[in-house]
Design a protein around this ligand. Sequence first.
Ligand code: PLP
Length: 225
Amino acid sequence: MTANTTTTATDRLTAVQAEIAKACTIARRKPEEVTLVAVSKTHPAEAIVPLLEAGQRVFGENRVQEAQGKWPALREQFPQTELHLVGQLQSNKADDAVALFDCIHSLDRPSLVKALAKAFDKAGRQVPCFVQVDVGEEEQKGGCPIKDVPALLVQAREAGIPVIGLMCVPPFGIEPAPYFALLAKIADDHGLEGRSMGMSGDFATAIMLGATHIRVGTALFGERE
Ligand SMILES: *Cc1c(COP(=O)(O)O)cnc(C)c1O
């Protein structure tokens, strides 16, 4: 679905929730099985507050620094908010990310396993992670190559990182369903429950293929600049 400027954030949230409910009915799943992560990257606090007021409590950002600028103040107002990192994470930002985020969707390489393990130790807190899989074999997007996923999962387990599932961003502009099915299959093979997949244009498809976390920006906030 597309958002336009005449609808309010609350209307858009209601519409997205209705679409989630519809997809769940078709898939014979419960809406509670699907977490809506509202991706607020590039949008200012003024655009985020209406969604918080409408009851949305899980948000996603793709840059540590941008999130540090916006979220501490918003969280003071709305303490129950959960913040997820959905973008690539540089190892030197691991400490900052662990301090701010409640979930990391982009664990994709051994060096980051090490950096996060160290950061968890230092912070005395662990943050659940998804391993991001490069389902479309597009290196520039980040994500672990499919063939390296088993080894990365072993490393993460040995380092004590709580991996709750897999995440993907399929190639742009082609039918995403085969990639969602592939991610679900790899997650199944490794006994992982979480599947972070589906964005504004394809979250209903992702839900039908087993998504547990959908990451929706444009359909909630409108187009980004
Ligand atoms: C921006 C972003 C989204 C949201 O995309 P929309 O198409 O605006 O819904 C989801 N996942 C990731 C990793 C993103 O960077």
